[in-house]
Every structure is written in structure tokens, then in C-alpha cells.
Write a protein that binds this ligand. Sequence first.
Ligand code: KE4
Length: 424
Amino acid sequence: MENPTSQKLFDSATELIPGGVNSPARAWRSVGGTPLFFESGQGSRINDVDGNSYIDYVCSWGPLILGHSHPDVVQAAQDATAKGASFGAPTAYEVETARLVVDAVPSIEMVRFVNSGTEATMSAMRLARAATGRNLILKFDGGYHGHDDALLVRAGSGLATSGIADSAGVNPKLAEDTIVAPYNDLEAIEQIFDAHSERIACVIIEPIAGNMGVVPADPEFLTGLRRITADEGCLLIFDEVISGFRAAFGGAQEVYGVYPDITCLGKIIGGGFPVGAYGASVELMSHVAPLGPMYQAGTLSGNPVAMAAGAATIRHLAKPDTYARLALTTAQLADGLREIFNETETPATVNHATGMLTLFFGVDSVKDMTTAANNDHQQFTSFFHKMLEHGVYLPPSPYEAWFISLAHTSEDIDATLQAVRDSL
Ligand code: KE4
């Protein structure tokens, strides 16, 4: 594939924008090469600025569960924009989308919209601290919840020790209040609460992790975590920015039957427009300004365009058999990949949940960040570039989820599996 226009745009971009990108995830640093620039997408396909077309498994990192430029979503956004993109005042749009979210997500009685998943998790942690009067945060190794300082922290030297800043510019004093535990390890959680009981405000977890690659929580781990946090008076935050409206209409909490105190959402509920949300019981949300003393605000929070696009998206997802269909397409791809690796005796494992999957080369089981990190990065890198040549656009990192949309057809999956065979 020739990409002169992408190269030219990238050369200009790198003079103006750090690394030529507005988010490091798009920089292709871990796979090398020049990031492709895109100009259009329809359904499951995305077209770069040099006229090359690909089956897309990034789907804007999750929001486009209906596929690119779904006519109802485009129409909803156009209608809202034409009447006024933003008022800085309440509109009917946000009430409608709030109703859809509250009715869909079991643990949410009341919701606040913000502009990104980062804002959602940042606000959820502040709410947890406000509601409990405690300060410590517990997150998981390999969990990504956006770029809030308290969450850009990696594990300390010992299990129950303070975290260490994982980005320049994060105040080490702040990182000390975050503890990092191994995912899917209930014993570790018990030890940490023994050491810090009464001081932990919240545990924040991706119930189906998507940022160490896809790693679903073991059911007994999640139910154990729910029990321990409830016993300890510590709030459980489900970061469902990826899994919300993807794993099921009610998210991973509906799949597992485990209900958090606070749920964070993003991506899908904005239909491709900037959005985030955090929701909880009426009692918990009564801490949030202007009702209560916990402050959080935002110029474009709940903006009409994102709310209209989000509502149009959620209405489609509410239709019967939506998730049965998405689960089937995902399984067709996941099982097809497993078959190919068996046939070709390629050491690899595939983790999947409805609408998302990750392929890990060189390992036979991935349950946490440590096992995920054993994957054969080099093999993924050459696979990524070969798949591009065969017209398939994958996330440019082995630690991301491939996102499957409702626009991906059985033919798309077959074509993808053929591309995998040719690439191997
Ligand atoms: P945003 O602030 O990027 O809207 O959301 C942050 C976030 C929160 N929680 C989870 C579970 C997330 O996956 C994310 C963001 N996901 C990344 C990719 N895995 C977005 C891509 C990017 O950072 O450009």
C-alpha cells in the first residue's frame, strides 16, 4: 500500500502537534511506521487519504458500535447541530439520553455527563472520596482509566505499598495514595485491605479489561471484589467506558450480575462525539454539585450533538437480538483465529468478550498484565503491517482491543480470516 498523502500530512502534523497526533495511542510508536490518515468511513470500512480501504477493527477505539457514519446517527447529529451546537444551558437532548442510560445500566439511578472517559473516572474517584471521607485509591496493573494523575500510577515495590508515578509531571505525593494490585487476584485484594482497611475510598476496575489487551475478570474475582469492598465500606467503581453498551446493553455488570457503586461510561454513548458519564444511586449522586459539596463542571458537558448522536446509537442498541448478533460475529472471528493458529501451529491465544477481542502471540493464556506482557511483540508488529497490506486495520498495539461493530458482516469476518492466513 502506497501512502504518500498520509506521509505528507504526518510531516506537517509533527511540526504542529506533539508526535503528530492528538493522542499517543494513534502514533504507531509500538509498531513503527507512519500512522495512516483517514478521510472517511462507512459501516465496517475505513478509507485512508490515499484511497486505500480497510476493514476497521479500531472503530475509533470503541464508540462506533454501529459502524462508521450510521445514517441515523449522522442525521441526529446534523439535526442537533443545525439548531445550535451548544447553549451552555440545559436541553431536552441530555434529559433523553440520561433516561436511556438510567433505564439501561442496572446500577445507575442518576447520571452526570462529561466530555471524556478521563473526566468520568476522575469525577467518580472524587465522588468516592467525598462520600467516604477516605483518600486511598486501588486500581489494577494493566488497567487504564484515562490520564487523570491519580491513575497514571504503576505498582509500588511491594503489594500493599504506595504507587509510583507512571508519567512525568505526576506529583509523587499524589501517586502515594494509589495502590496497584494484580488483576484477577483476590488474595492480593484481601492482603491490601488487611493492610489499609478503612483508608481505601474506592477500587476502580475495568470489569472486562480492554487495555492490557482484552482480559475478562474471572467471575469469582469480581464477586469477591464486590463482597470485600461492601464489607470494608469502600466504593466499587466499574470503569465501563469500553464495556458499557458493548458487553451487553447493561454492560459488563449485566453480564456478571455484579453491581458497582459507581459506573463510568464514555465512547459508545456519544456515538462518536466527545462524551463521558458517571452514574450511581440517587443517594451517592446527591454529593455532586449543585446538590452537594463535590464540585465538577464542564462547558460542553451533555452537549446537544453528542447527546443526540448517543441517543440515536443507544436506541439502535436497544433493539432485540442486537447483542446476540454482536456476540455471534465476535465468536466467528475469535474461533476462526483459534482454528488458524491450531492449523498452522502458531503459538497464540485469543481472549474475547462480546464486541471485543485481543490476539496474543507466543503465549497460551493471559489473565493479567504480567502474562499479557509475555506476548511476542515482534510477531505482532509484523502481523500488524501484513494485515494492513491485506486491507485490515488493527489497533497499532498488542495491548488494545480489536473492536467489532454491528456493521461487520460475516463476509468481513471471512475476509479478515483470509487476511490472517495470508499474513501468517
Ligand atoms: P477518554 O478520556 O480517552 O475518552 O477515555 C479514557 C478511558 C477510560 N477508561 C477506559 C477503560 C478506556 O479504555 C479509556 C480510553 N481508551 C483508550 C484506548 N484503549 C482510548 C484511545 C486513546 O487514548 O486515544
